[in-house]
Design a protein around this ligand. Structure first.
Ligand SMILES: Cc1ncc(COP(=O)(O)OP(=O)(O)O)c(N)n1
Ligand SMILES: Cc1ncsc1CCOP(=O)(O)O
Ligand SMILES: [Mg+2]
Length: 221
């Protein structure tokens, strides 16, 4: 593992602005093409989430992850792995995203050193605990209804983001779930630092254009 410093909150906030989350089951086109177009459109962070029906495993998952990571590296987009801490370490990815049903935050922090660590939270208590145990950012959602995650918790709207900010939690936050260029501004105004999307980019007919629209709605909200 290469030496790296733990990322600071300001840099994390910048990276969270336009966060693409996807894996091969989310794409109707080649995932490498999808990522290339999304990079042209201005994504700021990428999460490899190879999950769900038809997802790749073992060597094919590793191979796709490596190809997508190399593309990210060429464009200086940090590459985050969802759930699979061992894969993140094997690839020497830039970070990991875990949820409440995944490995405990402290155990993952021990395994990944200073790589970026994102943690999903659904309550103030989960958010506080993740922040105290070493998360670099929180993923909050689903903010709006989503078809992408079949085991998603109930839709939370903007209330949890507003509650966390209202109670003084300053950790970087990204909203996820049903986010589009039309509703991204509201997520930012509620107190998020960025938006994470699957469908709005990976299922778009014009990926570069859709990414630019999303980026504009985040930056100019
Ligand atoms: C940025 C971001 N936020 C939340 C999630 C959801 O993580 P989790 O609850 O572990 O669910 P899965 O994605 O693993 O199904 C995420 N992946 N990314
Ligand atoms: C991974 C995840 N976690 C909460 S909602 C969600 C899926 C978001 O996908 P979409 O942007 O297509 O609604
Ligand atoms: Mg998970």
């Amino acid at each position: 593992m290469s030496e790296r410093k733990r990322i600071d909150a300001r840099s994390t906030q910048e990276l969270l602005k336009v966060y693409l989350v996807m894996g091969s089951p989310n794409c109707t086109k080649n995932p490498v093409f999808v990522l290339e177009e999304a990079i042209k459109g201005g994504i700021t962070l990428f999460q490899f989430r190879e999950k769900g029906e038809g997802s790749l495993a073992d060597r094919s998952k590793y191979a796709l992850g490596k190809e997508l990571m190399q593309l990210c590296r060429q464009h200086r987009i940090p590459f985050i792995v969802n759930d699979d801490v061992d894969l993140a370490v094997a690839l020497d990815a830039d970070g990991v995203h875990i949820g409440q049903e995944d490995e405990p935050v402290e155990a993952v922090r021990c395994k990944i050193g200073n790589k970026m660590l994102g943690v999903s939270a659904h309550t103030y208590e989960e958010a506080l605990s993740a922040a105290q145990q070493g998360a670099d950012y929180l993923g909050l959602g689903p903010i709006y209804p989503t078809q992408t995650k079949s085991d998603a918790k109930s839709v939370q709207g903007l209330s949890l983001i507003q509650e966390l900010r209202g109670r003084g939690l300053m950790i970087p936050i990204v909203g996820i779930g049903g986010i589009t260029a039309e509703n991204a501004g509201a997520v930012m105004k509620a107190g998020a630092d960025g938006v994470a999307v699957v469908t709005a980019i990976s299922q778009s007919e014009r990926i570069e254009e859709s990414t630019k629209l999303l980026r504009d709605s985040v930056i100019f909200c």
